[in-house]
Design a binder for this molecule. Structure first.
Ligand SMILES: [Zn+2]
Length: 445
């Protein structure tokens, strides 16, 4: 798509320097990357100590200053930043020397089902954007503006699908062919497939659940998707068998990615399938030891973003569990450290009798506007959904009505949406609870 390529070239002018830099740094030796991270970390700590009230207090409490942090081991002295602390100390985490106009408010439904709001500054975005271009396009031999089939949620407002105007704009500006992954009916998949046949995308990007769902559709109707250079898997954990199935149906290699709205792209996979390379130029990743019988060496991910000075996330517990890579060398020549596997991020698809399929991601995404700390959506039958919430979240009748109104827009007529109060939630083997569960037999993929 020539318009999109041209547009992207102009739009990305101001980040072209960082993009070029990231093209080189990824091939630096491991040790050099660690030194570079430490340099960026020290700068962030100096800033946080001088200008962020929360960190000024933390340093005082533990009786050190940034000068005392001489290596990554010393860095562990800084207490972990949890989502509860962010909610509680929100205003104390904002830097006093950065204007509010420079800050962008963002939020997440949270992969663990705990909504969270936070600020990100311009510097954060200037590093996040090129890292995304590197990890989602360059990795598969593509460029921004190349035609790309996207299975993603309509995130800007609450409606059932993208409008024609949105579709045209996204195609002309980004080269994107959109399919709303939050609601995948067969009709929508048919028109998306026909559009892809016509426009021949080079790349397919989307939620694992949605891509797998499209693969089942192609398989069922014996349809051949246009030849792709790669498939970028986002937002969820992918099992090997699902991946093999997707690669087989689309006849193209998959590239796994891991990220979150709080920290953008955290890790990306290369074509050597050695695990995921950390985006070390933007984030410093640690593994907090936990004991999981099923997964040896697995740890809670503790991540420091090295670029967001507006509201620094230092040693942030994102709520995902991962296994570090055993070897730190990869055949691709990248020195970026490796994560072997991110575990525990999976969602179900809810299926309804009229053929509507709603990805669990949508339920989580919509939850970001509500104050529930822990919740779980369960489809108990083909026409009944229950939202379970924790008693301590003190759900009011008015909040229930607002939640109901929001979710009913997405559900087929005749679906019952009920609430159920719980003392707490059972954790799975990975120590997390499943926040979207399909217990009805119709939803088994
Ligand atoms: Zn590699």
């Amino acid at each position: 798509m020539i318009t999109a390529k041209y547009y992207q070239r102009i739009a990305n002018r101001n980040i072209s320097g960082i993009l070029k830099h990231l093209g080189q740094t990824q091939f630096w030796p491991y040790e050099k990357i660690r030194k570079y991270q430490f340099y960026k970390l020290k700068r962030l700590l100096d800033h946080a100590y001088a200008h962020v009230p929360y960190y000024k207090r933390i340093f005082k409490e533990i009786g050190i200053t940034p000068k005392d942090i001489r290596n990554f081991n010393d860095f562990k002295e800084i207490p972990i930043l949890t989502k509860d602390i962010i909610r509680e100390k929100f205003h104390h985490l904002i830097a006093s020397n950065i204007s509010k106009d420079e800050l962008h408010l963002n939020s997440t439904g949270g992969s663990t089902g705990e909504p969270l709001s936070f600020y990100q500054d311009k510097n954060y975005e200037q590093w996040a954007d090129p890292a995304r271009i590197r990890g989602l396009y360059h990795i598969a031999g593509c460029e921004p503006g190349d035609t790309c089939a996207v299975l993603w949620g309509a995130t800007r407002d609450l409606k059932k699908d993208y409008s024609l105007r949105e579709r045209l704009r996204d195609y002309c500006k980004y080269g994107h062919i959109l399919l709303n992954a939050f609601n995948l009916s067969n009709d929508r998949k048919w028109s998306f497939y026909k559009l892809c046949r016509l426009l021949k995308p080079k790349l397919l990007i989307g939620y694992v659940t949605a891509i797998k769902d499209l693969a089942f559709f192609l398989d069922e109707y014996n349809l051949e998707f246009p030849t792709l250079q790669g498939i970028i898997l986002c937002a969820e954990t992918v099992e090997d068998y699902s991946r093999a199935y997707i690669e087989n149906i689309f006849r193209a290699p998959t590239y796994n990615t891991y990220g979150g709205r709080e920290l953008s792209l955290i890790a990306m996979e290369c074509s050597y399938n050695n695990g995921l390379h950390e985006v070390s130029e933007n984030n410093y990743v640690e593994f907090e030891t936990i004991n999981l019988e099923k997964y040896k060496n697995a740890g809670n991910l503790i991540i420091t973003n090295l670029n967001n000075y507006g509201m620094p996330f230092i040693r942030y517990r994102i709520g995902d569990i991962a296994i570090p890579g055993i070897s730190q060398s990869c055949g691709c020549g990248r020195g970026l450290p490796l994560i072997a596997k991110v575990i525990g991020r999976t969602t179900d698809v809810f299926v309804f009798p009229d053929g509507t399929r709603v990805a669990g991601e949508m339920f989580i995404h919509l939850m970001k506007d509500f104050p529930l700390r822990e919740y779980q959506f369960v489809q108990v039958s083909c026409s009944r959904i229950i939202l379970r919430y924790k008693r301590s979240d003190l759900m009011s009748e008015e909040l229930k009505r607002t939640i109901l109104r929001t979710y009913q827009k997405y559900l087929p007529q005749g679906t019952t949406f009920d609430f159920e109060e719980k003392e707490g939630f059972e954790k799975t083997a990975t120590g997390k609870f499943r926040f979207v569960v399909n217990n009805s037999s119709s939803g088994l993929l």
